[in-house]
Design a protein around this ligand. Structure first.
Ligand SMILES: *Cc1c(COP(=O)(O)O)cnc(C)c1O
Length: 435
């Protein structure tokens, strides 16, 4: 399990002093001579290592079980497998993928509270014991098809006073939890733990929005300050309770940059005012850019979550270059296929590129081939120093002081920090939705 070679990962080494953004640059340059201007990703696996080291330093007591649904590419899963994380799988195929990369079943939690019987049988046949549940029917299924399971009860904290109920789909109430535990005992099932969803612990709308924005901030910077003392108080180290978490986007968001090409463009003029003599029309101009990726591809989660992505032009703006209100649209024939409703960009031409950073989470796993469009290629890169660290951690574990492996000295994509890190302003509230 610990003898990975670069070929297994299918990445290319970044030469000394080169960053992922240089690879983006290089590929765009190469494409300038040809008609092939397909959208593509560059993914820096060093970002994943960086996030892992930061996690281990910040939450030494919490074992990360990476949520595979967030990004199931082999290179990412393999990097995390080498680093020794666990995996949160939601289906047979995800379990298969993780096990095909040599991960021991003890490092997998089948964290889908409602499972198809054939998938439960698959887990059982392949030694995956840890699984979540939140209902009696699930217990009966598991009792019948997976006697050796180790069950984790997913609870929903009381959100009865909240306007938007978060736990509509998953999570047992505290009241039914007691019954479920009794039922499990009757069925001779082994319950080893409890899991919950971080967003559901609120009881009124005010706390709700606060909790969401807090959770984001807490994750970014104050996690240690809040979580660790709480863990120590309620589950002191000598309680021998193992604490795990299922981070998804935390690990992969910043690793991916998507480059899309402008394939069409429209200039829309607003009604010109009659008295507007001096205006050359530029003030009334709005631009619509059509690019070769969209909400049926990498941007589905952006669309469903009503979140925003930031497009930056690949070409450098000239000093004083004029910018315009713009919208950005995907390449399919569907009118819903709009990536960005409003943004400010210069006047770009067909054939020029737009870049989207922080595109590693819920992008490639959720994209479809609707309208016959292909998914973008992904180019994985890693610096040699990152590769050496991964090898070292894979074979020796993280026994050396984590401080020494401080992430700051790892190359990052032109030192551009991901949007997930240390917000300078109060965090915007963002509904955490698990697609
Ligand atoms: C998807 C999922 C996660 C991961 O969510 P992120 O926002 O990507 O971190 C965690 N826990 C469970 C149960 C999930 O289904």
């Amino acid at each position: 399990m610990n003898s990975y070679t670069p070929e297994d990962f299918d990445f290319t080494f970044l030469e000394e002093g080169f960053y992922a953004c240089d690879v983006v640059e290089q590929r765009i340059n190469e494409s300038s001579m040809s008609d092939d201007k397909d959208a593509f990703y560059v993914a820096d696996l060093g970002e994943v290592l960086k996030k892992h080291l930061r996690w281990v330093r910040a939450l030494p007591r919490v074992t990360p079980f990476y949520a595979v649904k967030c990004n199931d590419s082999r290179a990412v899963v393999m990097t995390l497998a080498a680093l020794g994380t666990g995996f949160d799988c939601a289906s047979k195929n995800e379990i298969q993928l993780v096990q095909s990369l040599g991960v021991d079943p003890s490092r997998i939690i089948y964290a889908n509270p409602c499972k198809q019987v054939s998938h439960i049988k698959y887990a059982s046949a392949h030694g995956v014991q840890m699984m979540t549940f939140d209902s009696e029917v699930e217990l009966m299924k598991v009792a019948r098809y997976h006697k050796n399971s180790k069950l984790v009860l997913r609870i929903a904290t009381d959100d009865s006073k909240a306007v938007c109920r978060l736990s509509v789909k998953f999570g047992a109430t505290l009241k039914s939890s007691r019954l479920l535990l009794e039922r499990a005992r009757e069925l001779g099932l082994d319950i080893i733990g409890v899991s919950f969803h971080v967003g559901s612990s609120c009881t009124d709308p005010e706390t709700y929005s606060q909790a969401i924005s807090d959770a984001r901030c807490v994750f970014d910077m104050g996690f240690t300050a809040v979580i660790n003392p709480a863990l120590d108080k309620y589950f002191p180290p000598d309680s021998e309770v193992q604490v795990i978490a299922e981070p998804g986007r935390y690990y992969v968001t910043s690793a991916y940059t998507l480059a899309v090409n402008i394939i069409a463009k429209k200039v829309v003029m607003k009604e010109q005012l009659a008295c507007d003599y001096e205006n050359d029309g530029a003030n009334n101009r709005t631009l619509m850019y059509y690019v070769n990726e969209g909400v049926y591809g990498s941007f589905l989660a952006v669309f469903l979550d009503h979140t925003y992505v930031l497009a930056s032009p690949h070409k450098k703006l000239k000093p004083g270059e004029r910018t315009y209100p713009c919208s950005i649209w995907g390449q399919t024939c569907d009118g819903l296929d709009r990536i960005v409703e409003q943004c400010i960009l210069p006047d770009l031409q067909v054939g020029e590129w737009l870049l989207f950073h922080n595109m590693g989470a819920y992008t490639i796993t959720m994209s479809s081939n609707f309208n016959g469009f292909q998914k973008p290629d992904i180019h994985y890169v890693m610096s040699r120093s990152v590769w050496q660290r991964i090898q070292q951690i894979s074979t020796q574990g993280l026994h050396f002081p984590v401080e020494e492996a401080c992430p700051s000295d790892l190359p990052s994509c032109c030192r551009r920090e991901s949007s997930l890190e240390l917000p300078a302003k109060p965090c915007p509230a963002r509904v955490h939705s698990v697609p």
